[in-house]
Design a protein around this ligand. Structure first.
Ligand SMILES: [Zn+2]
Length: 134
């Protein structure tokens, strides 16, 4: 019976290892700004479409994810097979927005979101940042 416990443990460790690999290297494959919890990935094509202030705002938002430990918290959830909820995703985005706004990038982040918003949630984030900056 111990072989079964060892097998399950190896399966789980493989799952954890796979998720760590995805966390560290996954952002490099993205075509949008993101972070792996250690550094910020900004695709050159996306950066070229931003002003310097907008790029700084995007980096500040991603740093908000790093400071608030969103990536390792998501990693733990995934390793424990807990589903990622919409509420959690939205709360993390708003926390990262708040971090950027608290560091003087609220208005520039608003401009980025109004230009690149793809979802009603992104539009709501932009309105929230504008109200906060006014
Ligand atoms: Zn974000």
């Amino acid at each position: 019976m111990i072989w079964l416990a060892q097998f399950v443990a190896w399966l789980w460790l493989t799952w954890v290892f796979w998720n760590v690999l995805q966390m560290v290297f996954g952002p490099l494959l993205m075509d949008a700004p993101c972070t792996n919890g250690l550094w910020v990935h900004m695709p050159k094509a996306f950066r070229a479409r931003l002003t310097d202030e907008e790029a700084a705002a995007v980096v500040a938002h991603e740093r908000g994810h790093i400071v608030r430990l969103h990536v390792p918290r998501n990693l733990v959830m995934r390793c424990l097979f807990l589903p990622e909820s919409r509420e959690r995703y939205e709360r993390f985005e708003l926390e990262a927005d708040d971090y950027a706004a608290a560091h003087g990038h609220g208005l520039a982040l608003y401009h980025v979101l109004t230009r690149f918003a793809r979802t009603p949630f992104d539009q709501a984030r932009a309105r929230r940042l504008l109200a906060r900056s006014a």
